[in-house]
Design a protein around this ligand. Structure first.
Ligand SMILES: CC(C)(COP(=O)(O)OP(=O)(O)OC[C@H]1O[C@@H](n2cnc3c(N)ncnc32)[C@H](O)[C@@H]1OP(=O)(O)O)[C@@H](O)C(=O)NCCC(=O)NCCS
Length: 195
């Protein structure tokens, strides 16, 4: 399968269902993200659940890539779930960006994000969007350094029954402002009640 994109150190290419056990093992070896966001370690079917989880049915989208981050030895080191044209044309949503712990703090995330951004831009993206759970400090700092800005927050109860806030962040790829973004995606407006 051709990679979705490639960087100096990594190839990011779609995972097949047969590779889900390898991803599950990666999740289980790096439970900190799940503990911080879900309040629980990854469940026994976490990777399969992520593999099957499509955007909510009331939102339109173009393509969805469930992609592994492979190093030069072809070992799986992370996962990126990307959706094009979510709710509006030109809005690309990162549903998950996850690297194993040994890659964090090495510049790998930045290298991968730059390539993601270039790929999205080449294919017509004008905005990048994602949700970060408040308190996932490393991720919050990383996205802010990448140039994302908050548009709205959403409250939810996580798998452990804890009240959490997700901050919806966006980044313009063409110098657009947040007002233009909200015209495109009214559901992301700060006081929106849209689902
Ligand atoms: C979120 C995530 C992708 C961010 O990647 P990261 O490598 O941890 O973040 P950074 O690139 O900001 O690196 C963290 C630190 O490493 C250091 N660092 C960054 N680039 C470096 C490089 N090229 N060389 C050496 N050190 C470097 C910096 O000290 C940086 O800290 P700073 O904020 O003071 O600049 C990663 O932590 C991760 O996969 N987390 C688990 C999953 C997750 O939370 N995903 C996000 C969901 S919204």
């Amino acid at each position: 399968m051709p990679p979705l994109f490639q960087t100096q150190q990594f190839a990011v290419r779609e995972l097949s269902e047969e590779q889900i056990p390898t991803l599950q093992a990666l999740f289980e070896a790096n439970p900190d993200y799940f503990l911080s966001v879900n309040g629980l370690p990854p469940g026994p079917t976490e990777a399969q659940r992520e593999f099957e989880e499509l955007p909510p049915s009331h939102l339109s989208y173009g393509a969805r890539w469930f992609a592994g981050v492979f190093d030069q030895a072809d070992a799986l080191r992370g996962v990126i779930i990307l959706v094009s044209d979510l709710a509006a044309k030109g809005v690309w949503h990162t549903a998950l960006f996850f690297l194993e712990r040994s890659l964090r703090g090495t510049g790998a995330a930045n290298e991968l994000h730059r390539a993601l951004e270039a790929t999205a831009r080449k294919q017509g993206a004008q905005w990048l969007r994602l949700g970060v759970v408040a308190g996932n400090l490393r991720a919050e700092r990383f996205w802010s350094k990448c140039g994302y800005k908050e548009v709205r927050t959403r409250a939810h109860i996580n798998a452990a029954g804890e009240a959490k806030i997700t901050n919806v962040l966006v980044k313009s790829l063409y110098g657009g402002d947040l007002r233009q973004y909200l015209q495109l995606v009214p559901r992301d407006a700060p006081n929106s009640q849209l689902p």
